[in-house]
Design a protein around this ligand. Structure first.
Ligand SMILES: Cc1cc2nc3c(=O)[nH]c(=O)nc-3n(C[C@H](O)[C@H](O)[C@H](O)COP(=O)(O)OP(=O)(O)OC[C@H]3O[C@@H](n4cnc5c(N)ncnc54)[C@H](O)[C@@H]3O)c2cc1C
Length: 444
């Protein structure tokens, strides 16, 4: 059965092509919204029966806000509707207060006092993933979304159309495919071939316990200042981050641990665990940190932290097939910037496709080549930088160790690269470079 591709536009016919987006997470949905706003025809194919997100909180940095605005101001409005900032007005620009969460050491004795503070214009802001996605979905016309469509493969037809085949036996056609299908991307396989090392996500030898606890209980355990505002507890080989979500009613806890053991089952990114294991993993931490961890539920999940850092993807596109978001550059979460970079991708891709001279299928390869050239270096830098930062928090980074001054300097320098961008200019510059590529695209 061939699915008819709906034109997700308001009837503007300048674009004589149709895009298939595979995957409806943050990358796929923000791209869909950005294309819809620009009257670029598309359809979206999601394997799940509905749009949805698992997991707890996600937060954004100032670059992500710029990217949201570039995609569609409605994306930013959606974020504002559901985000929770630090509760204290004096901490509105604080990203995290860093404290020594570990046992008393000769160098670092104090347990809950701020070692240093990292700030930015936006401050800390947490959204519940499911709530954010529910707001984004409102901006996507329902007729362009197709559910229960798990992509199996992409083949080019004699007439040049790309055929997407799904595991329910159905298929669809498009002029180009953008894979927003996450870290295990099938579209990445279609670009790189079945045996490429970059198909396999790499275990970062870190895992995380995640918990959501009522704010009242958190305040009793760690006091108002630490419970109501974002805090990073550093320690040897592990760290704990907390920030308020759900309008301050809930505290989001993520406790990371480094291990030398490989992850047992690479087909699954989570496994069940018990609170005793968490407490055992953090036994070197100080009493306040442990009081916090004791608030988690007795039955927990451990999340393995995988990324695409060991074998970075050598290209984001082949012909008229491209990858975006985690499919292209999944990162560990230590910068809290992975989703923000997905939104940057969406803004850039939408702006390139909106280029006046991009009107037909023949131009799409040049669009994807430009996307690859503009996005690969920045996004793959994030993957490596995030690994480095995770090690800084855990006193494991070469040349830094437990020197708080050096840790602070590294964070500020690296966060600056993430946050201090001009998204509109990045897109405008990229469009100019696309203009130079377009004649080649026409020949090719
Ligand atoms: C513990 C943790 C904490 C994080 N915290 C932050 C944070 O604070 N800030 C931040 O910016 N980032 C954070 N990130 C990163 C962020 O979550 C990701 O970068 C982002 O969610 C990736 O979005 P995506 O849409 O690219 O991929 P995904 O969210 O993985 O979505 C992929 C979609 O594609 C669908 N799909 C997959 N395969 C197929 C197929 N074959 N056919 C059809 N559909 C398919 C899936 O069902 C899914 O809906 C964190 C990540 C982790 C693991």
């Amino acid at each position: 059965m061939a699915l008819h591709l709906q034109n997700g536009t308001n009837g503007d016919h300048k674009k004589h092509f149709e895009i298939a987006i595979v995957g409806g997470g943050i990358a796929g949905l923000t791209l869909a919204i950005a294309l819809h706003r620009r009257s670029i025809p598309f359809a979206i194919y999601e394997q799940a029966p509905a749009f949805g997100e698992i997991g707890a909180g996600v937060s954004f940095s100032p670059n992500a806000v710029q990217a949201m605005m570039e995609c569609h101001p409605g994306v930013y409005d959606a974020f504002e509707r559901v985000c929770t900032r630090n509760l204290w007005p004096s901490k509105r620009k604080v990203w995290f207060d860093y404290v020594n969460g570990y046992g008393d050491t000769p160098e670092h004795k104090v347990t809950q006092e701020t070692a240093f503070t990292i700030s930015n214009d936006l401050g800390q802001n947490g959204v519940h993933r499911a709530h954010f996605l529910a707001e984004l979905v409102k901006l996507v016309p329902s007729e362009v979304a197709h559910f229960g469509k798990k992509l199996q493969g992409i083949t080019e037809q004699p007439d040049g159309m790309l055929q997407l085949s799904f595991d329910d036996g159905t298929s669809a056609e498009a002029d180009a495919v953008i894979g927003c299908d996450g870290i295990k991307s099938r579209v990445r396989q279609s670009i790189l071939g079945p045996d490429h090392p970059a198909l396999v996500p790499s275990y970062t030898y870190k895992y995380a316990y995640r918990g959501l606890v009522p704010m009242e209980e958190a305040i009793k355990a760690i006091g108002e200042e630490r419970a109501e505002n974002a805090c990073m507890r550093m320690g040897q080989d592990a760290h704990i981050l907390t920030f308020p979500v759900n309008r301050g009613q809930i505290l989001n806890i993520v406790a990371f641990r480094t291990t030398s053991e490989p992850w047992s089952d690479t087909t699954r990114l989570t496994k069940p665990a018990r609170r005793e294991e968490l407490l055992e993993d953090f036994k070197g931490f100080n009493p306040t940190s442990l009081r916090l961890l004791e608030l988690t539920k007795p039955e927990l999940d451990i999340w393995a932290i995988f990324d695409l850092g060991e074998n970075p993807v050598p290209t984001f596109h082949k012909g008229r097939v491209c990858i975006s978001g985690d499919a292209a550059h999944a990162t560990s979460p230590h910068h809290g910037a992975g989703a923000g970079f997905c939104i940057e991708d969406s803004a850039m891709m939408a702006e390139l496709l909106a280029h006046d001279q991009v009107t037909s299928r023949e131009h799409l390869e040049a669009v994807f080549a430009t996307f690859d050239a503009e996005r690969r270096e920045r996004t793959q830098w994030l993957v490596q930088s995030s690994r480095r930062l995770g090690n800084c928090y855990e006193w494991r980074a070469d040349g830094v160790g437990a020197d708080f001054g050096k840790i602070e300097a590294e964070i500020n320098e690296r966060n600056g690269i993430i946050a201090n961008i001009d998204m509109a200019k990045m897109c405008a510059d990229a469009k100019q470079r696309l203009s130079k590529r377009l004649p080649l695209g026409l020949k090719g």
